[in-house]
Design a protein around this ligand. Structure first.
Ligand code: OGA
Ligand code: FE2
Length: 430
């Protein structure tokens, strides 16, 4: 257990409290999820378990954490969001073993949706000028089809489909070529060309949506790295495979995070991910916002088909190998004053092939290292999980050479404390 993580909360009517509960008046002490020796008193007490976070104190702060008798150093990389790093959390042998287990289990493509004819396309005319400029069209495709195109891809689509009837993009292509050749003479000039090939409402309406969808489908089939994510993955369940090494890792994670054991036991899986060359995962949130009115996916029956949101209070990310090139984890908006999702999307910085190094926090992949962060705030009134922390936006930068292996452990917590802590309520495994 990490030093200084015990949050002893004294309820107004109680004497003392165990580490992860609030003592009340009606039930017995036994309901406390973990008793670390603090006495709730001899009276019958109601215990309302609460969720706690490790305290990173400030950026650069290093604290000792003793896990399984071994002292590790945990360093604070960022406070907004709080990202903590522990180098050598896993031994080289443990990393290799996890990779072997995943390979043995069978890796499959990490799925994202492919364009379908029934997709509801929302036209992203952000400035409402009835014309889609290049960035707005790119955004429309990102949102509807989960395909991340750059300017060159778009111009190819316009030209292949004869979309730009008034040819303003063609004159831009020409202009860009001139600019590019000028750039050869000025090698220090930043290679960024912003030009606005516009598609008017008439041009858009003159286009059969099917032709666009067919074009996109064919285009990404040959270029899978244009999807929001390109990787392969496997799920490892310590309780199912009964592997001593995996059990040891699971126990280490449990003692690190200091959360009620029942939460950890109910959601014990690791997701092992392999990125090949050009593999990546563009910026995203691991969890959903409480304002999204869907149930948590882990509270639904497997295969229910119902729309749901991920409810992942915490992410523990383990790096399983040294990556030859690229593959850092980036937090593009860490420590920003404010965050506006629309302008962030318009900036294109979601694309971590192109904009990895511009991220405010970039964590290199190092074999055996763990980083952890909390996808949600705490709700001080309930002592449970609160709203999504937008600043946790993050992703995996493009792998430029070699492979990258990681393992994710997500600690699933919903806004329904009763269900999360009910030992008879088994979550769905997705
Ligand atoms: C993820 C993720 C980051 C990385 O798998 O959800 O954000 O560095 N991965 O691979
Ligand atoms: Fe993630």
């Amino acid at each position: 257990m990490a030093k200084g993580v015990f949050h002893v909360i004294v309820h107004a009517t109680a004497l003392l409290c165990c580490t992860v509960g609030i003592c009340g008046e009606t039930e017995e002490l036994g309901t406390c999820a973990k008793d670390d020796g603090v006495d709730c008193g001899s009276r019958r007490l109601e215990v309302t378990p609460v969720i706690t976070k490790l305290d990173g104190v400030e950026v650069g702060h290093v604290q000792d954490v003793i896990l399984g008798g071994k002292t590790h150093q945990m360093m604070t990389l960022s406070m907004k969001p709080q990202v903590l790093e522990i180098k050598h959390f896993l031994t080289d042998e443990e990393c290799d073993h996890m990779i072997r287990l995943a390979e043995k289990d069978g890796m499959f493509d990490s799925v994202t949706n492919t364009p379908t004819k029934s997709t509801n396309v929302k036209i992203m005319d952000m400035n409402r000028d009835t014309v889609l400029n290049l960035r707005e069209f790119i955004l429309t495709i990102e949102n509807s089809f989960d395909i991340y195109l750059d300017e060159d891809d778009m111009l190819k689509m316009y030209s292949d489909l004869g979309m730009d009837a008034n040819s303003d993009s063609k004159s831009r292509i020409l202009k860009r070529h001139i600019v590019r050749s000028e750039l050869r003479i000025l090698p220090t000039f930043q290679l960024s060309y912003h030009f606005s090939a516009d598609i008017s409402r008439d041009e858009l309406h003159g286009q059969d949506p099917k032709s666009v969808i067919d074009w996109l489908t064919e285009y990404v089939a040959k270029r899978p790295h244009k999807k929001s994510r390109m990787s392969r993955q496997a799920w490892l369940y310590p309780s199912k495979i009964r592997d001593k090494v995996l059990d040891g890792i699971q126990e280490r994670v449990i003692s690190l995070v200091g959360l009620p054991r029942i939460l950890m036991d109910k959601n014990d899986e690791f997701q092992v991910v392999q990125y090949g060359p050009k593999g990546h995962y563009h910026a995203h949130w691991d969890s959903g916002s409480w304002t999204e009115n869907y149930p948590c996916c882990h509270h639904l029956k497997t295969g229910s088909g119902q729309r749901c949101k991920s409810c992942r209070f915490m992410t523990v990310l383990l790096y399983l190998n040294e990556v030859e090139g690229g593959g850092a984890t980036a937090f593009p908006i860490a420590n920003n004053e404010t965050f506006d999702e629309h302008s962030f999307r318009m900036s294109g910085k979601i694309n971590l092939h192109r904009h990895c190094e511009e991220a405010n926090l970039v964590v290199p992949a190092e074999k055996g290292k763990a980083i952890i962060w909390y996808n949600h705030h705490l709700d001080p009134t309930t002592g449970w999980v609160g709203e999504l922390d937008s600043f946790t936006l993050h992703g995996g930068c493009g792998v430029t050479s070699g492979h990258k292996w990681i393992a994710n452990k997500w600690i699933l917590v919903s806004d329904d404390r009763g269900k999360d802590l009910d030992p008879n309520f088994r979550p769905n495994r997705t």
